[in-house]
Design a protein around this ligand. Structure first.
Ligand SMILES: C=C(O[C@H]1C=CC=C(C(=O)O)[C@@H]1O)C(=O)O
Length: 346
């Protein structure tokens, strides 16, 4: 990884939820590749906005898979975050604007986000990635570098799309509360309704491209120090060649953008005062499982609980779903809670 960084060659290192292995795809040249042909095999890193998807093609890369050695790393509880009053007010104002827009009836839901800076306490970034690996076994943990994007890391709980030949799998994720040991999460009707809304949207979007759609019951799903409501959704693609269409239908998901999707995206671009870049984009394997070498396997995740690292400073990206009942201050606190996912490993 250090070599790739020094020579400015793209790479992706990642470990899937529940997996005991880490896979690395190391591009052997410094070319900038973008995804144009969705039948190609490689690793994709897509932004929130636009269709310039960074791509590390398999043919131009060395692939290594290693087993994670147990080390017993226990993430420390981070120091309380010093809250910047200006960014708190700015975010609360954004949430208030979202609520007003939702109340006009134009949106069912919007996702407001912000970024904040944090100092790294270690100089070796591979150590930060190791911490992520040990701290979040059930997330998709990655480190990605490309000269066009810079260095990113994250531990995301949200699958965008898993495809094995014709069978696809996605999730509807919404609702957030702090994880409490030995206590079952109790969800308010408002949160259950919001999550059902997301499930219904996905089912409706998939119906043109798929048959035999099945869903699980909504269940509580832990992601580090917080929990969400999740429904697993599976379906059969009418044709394998529809992968691109399905992907573009699902991205950006209601968990990171809002409903209706196109209008919500424009609202975000007009109202957020920073550039999301690759936060709330997506990333992962396209048409190949690199650990096993199996083809026709796609495994993509939404880029959440992530950060961009520059020297010893990390830019953390965090957002939350806003509905007509949202309270701006509570939503700000939720972003602080979510930021702990990253702060605990820095
Ligand atoms: C947008 C984020 O989380 C999403 C995923 C799950 C639950 C969410 C929520 O309850 O607001 C968010 O929609 C983020 O972590 O930046």
């Amino acid at each position: 990884m250090q070599n790739q960084l020094q020579e400015q060659r793209p790479f992706a290192v990642y470990s899937k939820p529940g997996s005991a292995t880490v896979t690395g795809i190391f591009q052997t040249n410094i070319e900038e590749y973008y995804l144009t042909d969705f039948t190609k095999q490689g690793f994709v890193f897509a932004p929130f906005e636009g269709d310039k998807y960074l791509f590390i093609p398999m043919q131009e890369s060395d692939v290594i898979t290693v087993t994670i050695e147990a080390n017993g790393f226990a993430p420390a509880e981070p120091q309380p975050v010093a809250i910047n009053p200006e960014s708190k007010l700015g975010f609360e104002d954004l949430v208030a604007r979202c609520v007003t827009a939702i109340k006009t009836g134009a949106f069912g839901k919007l996702v407001a986000s912000r970024s904040e800076m944090a100092q790294l306490s270690v100089t070796d970034i591979t150590k930060v990635y190791q911490n992520l690996l040990y701290a979040y076994p059930n997330a998709f943990k990655y480190m990605f570098f490309h000269p066009a994007s810079g260095l990113w890391m994250g531990a995301t709980p949200e699958q965008l799309l898993k495809a094995q030949n014709h069978t696809i799998h996605t999730v509807a994720l919404a609702g957030t509360q702090l994880y409490k040991e030995d206590e079952e999460a109790v969800w308010e009707n408002k949160e259950k309704e919001e999550q059902q809304f997301v499930t219904d949207f996905i089912l409706n979007e998939l119906k043109d491209y798929t048959n035999q759609i099945t869903t699980t019951q909504p269940y509580t799903f832990r992601a580090g120090n917080i929990v969400h409501i999740k429904t697993d959704i599976s379906a059969e693609l009418k044709e394998a060649s529809l992968l691109k269409e399905v992907l573009q239908t699902l991205h950006p998901t209601p968990a990171v953008c809002g409903l209706p999707k196109t209008k919500a995206k424009q609202f975000i671009l007009d109202n957020e005062d920073y550039n999301r870049e690759y936060y709330s984009g997506f990333l992962g394997e396209l048409n190949r499982d690199f650990a096993t070498g199996k083809q026709a396997q796609t495994d993509l995740f939404v880029n959440l609980r992530c950060m961009k690292i520059n020297g010893n400073v990390a830019q953390l990206f965090i957002g939350c779903g806003i509905t007509k009942d949202s309270n701006p201050e509570k939503e700000f606190i939720e972003t602080v809670n979510k930021s702990m996912t990253m702060r605990r490993v820095l």
